[in-house]
Ligand binder design. Structure first.
Ligand code: ADP
Length: 641
């Protein structure tokens, strides 16, 4: 009785876990298109931050394609820039109908407004950031929403004077650009507000010249530097900002407006580019799903930030900082050190647990204890079943917290604002996914060995099913693979389109073959194909293998790649458990060598066969067949296979 209960529980938790772990299948086709236009170019730190925020959301949103264009107006702006840019993108995107346009910074917004009635932009949802004043624009007839980034400096200047009351002379370095003129107007009001201070505005100096200037200043001076990206010839260089030029500590406090400039600056406004990028992407998704964005124009509160090391150096009284000040460059507190250690420990414990399961599974050879006596054999059989349920239960216990780690790290990847933690979070997320796969594989192995794999048959609509697999893999392709590897579905020439089979298991095997094809390819097209074939055709195809084919019609599914291929002498080991060929002939690709062994067992249990052809250096084709059963043909024994 207890045994039956344990089995029922194991099966229930297994089914539940499979449901949890199979990624949501979504409807193919009908993808929405978003065009993102940025006034600047990649490599400009603030642009990089916005783009990384945008991509982090759009990369993880199913059913959205996005395209990015950079105007680089800081370097290229002339009277024809808009015309050329417009011609260029209309030609490039002539076959795409965009659902939303996102623009960052003044020139990109101006560009959209200028061409708002063009074929490309008319009636499109428009999302923007980086403009300081909404009143400058006439958005009538435009479905616009966005983030207004104020250029107000009062709060910052108030804080500068509070922290350094003796430094009455404020030297302000800026460019003669339109954007900076807004700062200039703002600062001109300060003479009245902070009446004892002197403001000295200096425009268009090169970075070297600014540093030289700063070095001449003394006890009564401090500085505020914006947009100082000019080299000694006066050419704008986005990669080249003044703070990269500071080689030794300056005598005076220097304030600025951009987040990433930690070195050499004392404080400034915190421009959360990544957060703005994420916010715009979320607004765009809402708009293309016809949801309202409320409020339509957001004025985020901008915090001030300070460099801990510099404040210490100038002996600043920390209690004078604004209440919500962000302090960067702080020595790590015991807690934050502990926090990273804690995360690493969780991973370590989980990896150890997974390894222990594998070892238990691999090493405990229960058969050693089976003696001829019947009672002993009974005991051994019991312990085999105990082992299976033990592995199933432990797998469940590991998988539940692992799923929590994956879920929370997914959220953290979007929500986290501390770039120093981004890498850790990515590692945790990736490692947890690998562990879940490992635990799933170990559980499958134990079920296979205990003859406990249960198949759940249902009618599967193959065109939809296969297309979903392709779409899912396209979304999950790593950024680095995206440009080199293509994924394609080759549908059959003829009907029928439906297969009576276990959808989750079929998905598991195809997914495994595609993952391998991606893993062992550097470039080229990976093709998933399926077809219905008669028994005789399969025999012809696989004559050397002598498969025992019990059914008349089979569904033949293949995954073809142009990857590294498999050397002749290693071909016999491919389906062996824990065999990893690439350890022998290539670098390490990740994986433990269980996938194909499990796939083969599952296919055999389903009444099918799996095989491959491969040429080293040219690529591989993994193929398998599963019987085409008809509902009425489907018997109890098939289900219990
Ligand atoms: P792994 O987790 O190592 O990928 P698998 O059981 O899925 O384990 O595959 C076993 C071995 O077969 C791999 O280590 C790899 O060497 C080889 N292999 C599998 N698929 C391919 C492929 N498409 N191209 C080249 N080699 C492959």
């Amino acid at each position: 009785m207890i045994k039956q209960w344990t089995r029922a529980l194991v099966i229930l938790s297994t089914l539940l876990l499979f449901t949890i772990n199979v990624p949501a299948l979504h409807m193919p086709g009908n993808n929405k298109n978003i065009l993102y236009i940025n006034s600047n170019n990649l490599g400009y730190p603030y642009t990089d931050q916005i783009v990384s925020g945008l991509s982090s959301v759009l990369d993880t949103t199913q059913g959205v394609n996005y395209y990015m264009e950079f105007m680089d107006t800081q370097r290229l702006m002339d009277s024809l820039t808009f015309v050329h840019f417009y011609e260029n993108i209309t030609r490039k995107y002539s076959s795409i109908n965009f659902d939303a346009i996102i623009a960052t910074e003044k020139s990109a917004v101006d560009f959209f407004v200028n061409y708002k009635d063009s074929l490309l932009f008319k009636d499109k949802a428009f999302i923007f950031s980086g403009i300081p004043d909404i009143d400058e624009y006439d958005f009538t007839g435009i479905d616009a929403c966005g983030i207004i980034e104020g250029r107000e400096l009062e709060q910052l200047f108030y804080s500068m004077h509070r922290l350094f009351p003796k430094r009455k002379n404020v030297h302000i370095f800026m460019t003669s650009s339109k954007t900076d003129s807004i700062y200039r107007n703002n600062i001109s009001d300060f003479n009245e507000e902070f009446d004892l201070a002197n403001y000295n505005i200096i425009t268009d100096l090169s970075n070297d010249a600014i540093i030289q200037f700063l070095k001449t200043l003394g006890e009564e001076d401090m500085a505020f530097v914006i947009n100082s990206n000019y080299d000694h010839t006066g050419t704008f260089k986005p990669y080249n900002n003044v703070f990269n030029h500071i080689k030794e500590p300056l005598n005076i406090p220097v304030f600025t407006d951009i987040k990433t400039r930690v070195k050499g600056f004392t404080g400034g406004k915190k421009k959360p580019g990544k957060t703005y990028g994420k916010m715009m992407a979320q607004m765009a998704i809402k708009r293309i799903n016809n949801e309202q964005v409320k409020p339509q124009f957001i004025h985020p509160h901008v915090k001030l930030q300070y460099n801990y090391q510099e404040l210490k150096r100038f002996n600043v009284n920390f209690s004078l900082l604004p209440r919500d000040a962000v302090i960067v460059n702080k020595p790590k507190s015991f807690f934050s050190k502990f926090k990273e250690l804690f995360l690493v420990n969780i991973l370590f414990i989980l990896s150890t647990a997974a390894i222990i399961i594998i070892l238990i599974f691999n090493n405990i050879n229960l058969r050693k204890y089976r003696v001829n006596l019947e009672s002993a054999r009974d005991k051994a059989m019991q312990s085999e079943s105990v082992k299976t349920s033990f592995i199933a239960n432990v797998s469940h216990e590991i998988r539940t917290p692992l799923n929590a780690i994956i879920g929370f790290s997914d959220i953290l990847m979007i929500e986290n604002e501390d770039e120093n933690l981004d890498e850790y979070i990515k590692h945790i997320n990736k490692s947890s996914h690998i562990l879940v796969r490992l635990v799933n594989d170990v559980l499958d192995l134990s079920l296979i060995d205990a003859n406990e794999i249960k198949l759940n048959y249902n009618l599967v609509h193959l065109p939809t099913f296969m297309d979903e697999i392709i779409q899912r893999n396209l979304i999950q392709l790593d950024q680095k693979d995206k440009h080199k590897i293509r994924l394609k579905l080759k549908p059959p020439k003829e009907e029928p389109e439906e297969l009576y089979t276990d959808q989750l298991r079929l998905n598991q095997v195809i997914q495994n073959l595609i993952s391998n094809a991606i893993k062992y390819s550097v470039k080229g097209t990976i093709t998933l194909s399926y077809n219905f074939v008669e028994k005789e055709e399969v025999q012809k195809l696989t004559k050397a293998s002598n498969f025992n084919l019990a059914h008349n019609t089979y569904c033949l599914i293949s995954v073809r790649d142009y990857g590294i291929g498999i050397p002749q002498e290693l071909k016999n080991f491919v389906f062996e458990r824990f065999r990893r060929l690439d350890q022998v002939y290539l670098g390490h690709h990740g994986g433990v060598g269980l996938g194909l062994n499990i796939s083969k067992s599952i296919i055999n249990i389903m009444g099918g066969e799996i095989w491959f052809t491969s040429t080293q250096g040219k690529g591989s084709t993994f193929s398998f067949i599963v019987p085409q059963l008809h509902t009425e043909q489907f018997t109890e024994s098939d289900n219990d296979a």
